[in-house]
Design a protein around this ligand. Structure first.
Ligand SMILES: [Cu+2]
Length: 374
């Protein structure tokens, strides 16, 4: 779909089933048992998600599924972003503690968020979401932030730190061409985020200035839960058993009317429909889920054919919700999902926002569960 067409339609027109949606999107296909009237879509086989698989291969029924985003031009790939942790440069402080140093640069950059649809983003390190910063509980963190963008920006971390390091507008705002070093301890362990806190806040956030900030528990501090803390700690053999993914649920207001036209996980609409996330059936899955969607009060994650345990904010070592298949998050809410397909047959299993509107506009994805030869 061309950019010009995108500009002419609002998402409400899309949702109301106007000429563009032409009788059905992918999600309508599921709800109606696969009888889709959109030209060429012939989905419709049972509960396993195959209906959608078929729809995926035949793009005519879905306005968003046509074509491919050029990840090379974007300089980032949503699939690679699932696992590309930024763990910083590690050194040792005189007191023996670990110091992790990061460098983050704010830059203006046009990015492609759906095939042919471009968005004038403000980025951290040239990508949306920004780098997934990861540390261990108790590490000292030093983040050198340089603003090479056209507007004042900050880095506001959700974590425990002093007022001087809070990265809010006013004293903490970093002007274009200037730099600031944030320094604080990695606390508490959990699944967190950072974002720009310049004003107007909603503009700076929805332009793309956010990222995941993961603090792994230090097992030595949690002897009573060591068996849970150890597999959460990146680099341990127990952690390598897990298939870990960062999913930042975001949205884009492409015509600046105060509502989003595109929703996604890791920025590119429907990316994980076209590129299902390959997982080994026998190994457990851990998703670090962060919601940064602006303008809409609630987002959600719904898993098909399976249930998960959920750790709200990731700040506990026992689940805060057990055996659920849907979780909702307001903006900046986040958590850890744990589940497995060990007892499932291989195949493609969907997950998506259970706001159908969001799913149709890009926030719909697939796991491709496979048998991996040992
Ligand atoms: Cu900003």
């Amino acid at each position: 779909m061309g950019q010009a067409l995108w500009r002419r339609i609002s998402r409400r027109m899309v949702i109301s089933g106007g000429a563009i949606s032409a009788g059905g999107t992918l999600l309508t296909a599921i709800a109606s048992g696969g009888k889709v009237t959109a030209q060429g879509t012939h989905a419709g086989h049972g509960p396993s998600g195959l209906a959608v698989t078929h729809g995926r291969h035949d793009a005519h029924g879905s306005m968003l599924a046509v074509g491919e985003v050029d990840s090379a031009r974007n300089g980032f790939d949503p699939t690679a972003m699932l696992t590309d942790w930024e763990t910083g440069t590690v050194s040792q402080l005189p007191d023996g503690r670990t110091l992790r140093s990061f460098e983050v640069i704010a830059q203006d950059k046009e990015i492609e968020i759906a095939p042919g649809l471009f968005f004038p983003a403000w980025t951290y390190n040239g990508r949306v979401p920004g780098p997934s910063l990861r540390a261990k509980e108790g590490d000292r963190l030093r983040i050198v932030f340089r603003n090479e963008g056209s507007h004042p920006h900050t880095m506001h971390f959700h974590g425990i730190h002093s007022a001087r390091m809070d990265g809010v507008s006013g004293a903490g705002e970093i002007a274009p061409g200037e730099a600031f070093t944030y320094e604080f301890d990695a606390l508490p362990f959990g699944c967190h985020l950072y974002h720009c806190h310049s004003l107007p806040l909603k503009r700076h956030i929805h332009k793309g200035m956010y990222g995941a900030f993961i603090i792994d528990p230090d097992p030595s501090r949690h002897p009573e839960h060591a068996a849970v803390a150890q597999p959460r700690l990146l680099g341990t053999p127990e952690n390598r058993e897990w298939q870990e993914f960062v999913m930042v649920m975001n949205g884009f207001d492409t015509d600046f009317d105060g509502e989003n036209e595109v929703y996604a996980v890791n920025t590119v609409a429907h990316h994980f429909m076209k590129h299902p996330i390959r997982v080994d059936r026998r190994r457990p899955i851990r998703v670090y889920l962060v919601n940064v969607v602006e303008f809409d009060p609630i987002n959600s994650f719904h898993l098909h054919g399976n249930f998960f345990d959920y750790y709200d904010h990731g700040t506990t070592l026992t689940p805060t919700l057990k055996t659920v298949d849907t979780v909702m998050q307001c903006q900046a809410q986040r958590g850890i999902l744990e589940f497995s397909y060990r007892d499932h047959e291989v195949g493609q299993y969907m997950f998506h926002a259970h706001q159908s509107e969001f799913a149709e506009l890009g926030w719909m994805s697939m796991f491709d569960v496979v048998e991996v030869a040992s």
